[in-house]
Write a protein that binds this ligand. Structure first.
Ligand code: SF4
Length: 433
């Protein structure tokens, strides 16, 4: 019966919380529903089925899901809600109690959602959380998402590092890699669909290993695609970055950009976090990267308020960040996660201290970004343009400078040279040359 209800022209919408990997997976899934005859509508529009790809990295991710589900149920009583992804994996039973939720599907089964809806459409609320495989994998379809100019390409999943604050190894399983021929098949489809920039995504992309083929092999293979002009590596752990990465940044298609999580500048805290380096290692790497690729945009993640973080530890973090040639950093406040070992640690930091430390580091990040931008004032850079807003076209350089220009031309998905002139908050204003 539900086969009929959930067949052609059933309206389905998607909402993605969390990281780029979730975005890549949602985009692939969306295309599979389109191919199966569903009508994909914008999130918020009336729909028969609403899919929320959840996140559990922070407490906020959990709260966001609950809030969204409650709001959806109030505004769209008849919509059936499917919760998939990381929070579904670790809090499935709990999520199934939320109003309007019909399906809760863990990470190992979420890409089978089209067939799950057909088979389990009419029954009682349905929970499916199969064990996560440790084997290499393939991803059906392609992550074509017409709303974005840059395509996310999933190359890896899971993590074996078990940082003490992190729930990801429980939510996404152990590290495993996508089979190289399969990811090249998708890259070919993405290039054919007109994408010029591919963003490599995963949980711990530097650990990529498909039968001995590693991240530099992926970069080399993708570089041979004519249509693809830029390959960007999303967040990558410092201890996994191969030296061979710098040459294709200087002379090839790999973007001069690295986002490298630091988390803390205090060795005591890094040890308690079970991170695999000390502050000095991190500083050495950043200087090495900067020396190898002088214009490189280096970003970092920093966490404030890990249990036991004293004012002195925080000062060590601040001093380290001040001293390094970083262009920006993302600041996160620590929160206890249900499976993470750090929840058992004593000396929790007060919310007030977390907030004030977070504020100070955000201000420092803004200052760093401004300093980075200033270096490029007057220079000509190539930007990939995305969209027009308020009369200004916005694009991105390979080294992660958001650029705004005034133009009457349609610049969508075009790579154009721009002279950068002024700093405008988080972006630079320029003119086409
Ligand atoms: S490296 Fe650490 S923080 Fe990153 S996903 Fe793995 S366990 Fe989590």
């Amino acid at each position: 019966m539900m086969k009929k209800e959930l067949s052609a022209r059933v309206k389905i919408s998607f909402h993605t919380l969390g990281c780029r990997l979730n975005q890549a997976e949602s985009a692939s899934l969306q295309n599979r529903f389109l191919k199966a005859g569903y009508e994909v509508v914008d999130f918020g529009r009336p729909a028969d089925v609403v899919v929320i790809n959840t996140c559990t990295v922070t407490e906020h991710g959990d709260t966001d899901t609950r809030r969204l589900v409650n709001r959806l149920h109030r505004s769209m009583k008849s919509a059936k809600i499917a919760l998939i992804g990381c929070q579904s994996q670790v809090q499935g039973e709990h999520l199934l109690q939320l109003p309007g939720v019909q399906w809760v599907i863990g990470n190992a089964a979420k890409m089978d959602l089209p067939s799950i809806l057909l088979q389990h459409g009419a029954c009682e609320p349905f929970l499916m959380i199969p064990a996560i495989s440790k084997e290499s994998f393939t991803v059906p379809g392609a992550a074509i998402d017409r709303k974005h100019t840059r395509a996310n390409l999933k190359i890896q999943d899971g993590c074996n590092f078990f940082c003490s604050f992190c729930e990801i190894p429980y939510a996404r399983g152990r590290t495993r890699s996508r089979q190289l021929p399969d990811l090249l098949r998708e890259a070919n489809e993405l290039a054919g669909a007109g994408y010029r920039e591919i963003v490599l995504t995963g949980v711990n992309v530097g650990t990529y290993d498909d039968g001995g083929k590693s991240l530099p092999d992926v970069l080399a293979a993708l570089s041979t695609f004519d249509g693809i002009r830029r390959i960007r590596i999303s967040s990558i752990e410092m201890t996994t970055i191969p030296n061979e990465i710098f040459r294709p940044m200087q002379t090839g298609k790999v973007c001069r950009f690295l986002h490298v999580p630091l988390q803390s500048g205090s060795d005591k805290i890094l040890r308690a976090m079970n991170r695999k380096y000390c502050a000095r290692d991190f500083a050495r790497f950043i200087h090495q990267a900067y020396a190898a690729v002088p214009d490189i945009c280096l970003g970092a993640d920093v966490m404030v308020g890990f249990p036991g973080e004293t004012e002195h530890d925080f000062q060590l973090t601040t001093t380290l960040l001040q001293s390094l040639p970083l262009a920006y950093f993302h600041v996160f406040s620590y929160s206890d996660r249900p499976h993470a070992r750090s929840r058992h640690l004593a000396n929790k930091v007060s919310e007030t201290d977390k907030q004030s430390r977070s504020r100070l580091l955000r201000q420092l990040s803004q200052k760093k970004r401004r300093q980075y931008f200033q270096r490029f004032t007057g220079s000509v850079q190539e930007a990939l343009f995305e969209e027009e807003k308020h009369g200004l076209w916005t694009g991105l350089t390979d080294h992660y400078i958001r650029v705004r220009v005034t133009s009457s031309q349609n610049l969508h998905n075009q790579l154009r040279r721009v002279r950068l002139q002024d700093i405008d908050g988080m972006a630079m204003l320029g003119t086409l040359v």
